[in-house]
Write a protein that binds this ligand. Sequence first.
Ligand code: SUG
Length: 425
Amino acid sequence: MSAIEINFDGLPGPTHNYAGLSVGNVASQSNFGEVSYPRAAARQGLAKMRTVMELGLVQGFLPPPLRPAAAALRPFGFKGRDDDVLTAAASEDLPLFRAACSASSMWRANAASVLAAPDTADGRVHLVTANLAGMLHRSFEADETFQLLRRVFPDADRFCVHEPLPSARHFGDEGAANHMRLAASHGAPGLNVFVHGELRGGSYPERQDRRASEAAARLAGLDRARTLYALQNQAAVQAGAFHNDVVVVANANVLLAHPEAFADPARLYGALRERLPNLHIVETFGVSLADAVSSYLFNSQLVTLPGGDMALVLPSDAREGAAVWSAVEAVVAGDNPIKHAVVVDVRESMRNGGGPACLRLRIPVDGPALAGIDQRFLLTPERWAALSQVVEAYWPERIAPDDLLSPDLWAQARAAHRALEAVIA
Ligand code: SUG
């Protein structure tokens, strides 16, 4: 088997809600206080997984951790039974309580940086779990994600799962959302490009530190000559591109980028072209940064189909604006491998700033590595149907902001978590 890339999608959890927790994420902030629809969110996520499976690709899924996370609140001095912990936190520190309720694990592009076997010193796939130090609610994910990744990728001959980096201000790490691998094909040695921010003022935080990316490269033993670092354009960050994958997507030998994504695109593109002669750099025209952020055009999944063509899996929001959609049509008609545009509806996630690409973690594998994955996390039509049944039976239909405070909702979330574990077991 030649090497392939598997998309592992995060399943939106039963407490999906709009608490406006992410500064610098325009959608999260502007939808603060809205009613959310967790069952619809999970349905949309599952429908996207199904669409990608039906394109002929192997599809995985990653279950959400239990939320509200009473365990995450205990280090702050809350004691007693879980419900006591949650009740006390809700009354004494509401923002902390809300952070413990977030279903943000659905955005698995932030789970880890993934370094492909042909590029690492020991020939294994390395996963460096992201510490997500920049946002409190997301930092609660890190340890649980590490345990989950060890469970899904247990074969230590093929995979090496690293703990999150120590959670310090200078080492904020948001995982694969800020990493791109460019290569002639998935199985060929690749170029690893880490895109980062910098402390340079501005009202929105820059979440990925270069030193965190350097640590990930070191842990995986990447070849320095084939590892590049690129600074985000500050204007893009301040327009709401809190992760690089809001303005750029890469796959194999194709890079689709907004012209204002990088601080110094000419330097980056020159270095890439020198090392990868058959690289296609596809830029869009006529799409403003504001349109890119509101449509999430670049937060598409760019996938290689079994026949060799590429498809862009776009959020339905990208079809709504004329300028954005004509840019998509120009890309698909252009002289590059992207030949298909497939539209998916992930609106519930989008309203928290998470498009199709945010919802998935890509894992490049060859045949033996594919066999080394815990197969229960790979979707078959039967497993997909079983997950759908659990979602329909247990996920709340709607959550208004005050519902988060209800012990009934906490009990429902626990029941959903148990039912999901029973399907996986
Ligand atoms: O970290 N939203 C996520 C969205 C992550 C998108 N991921 C990528 N671009 N790869 C974030 O900002 C909002 C949660 C809330 O407001 O309740 C949130 O965490």
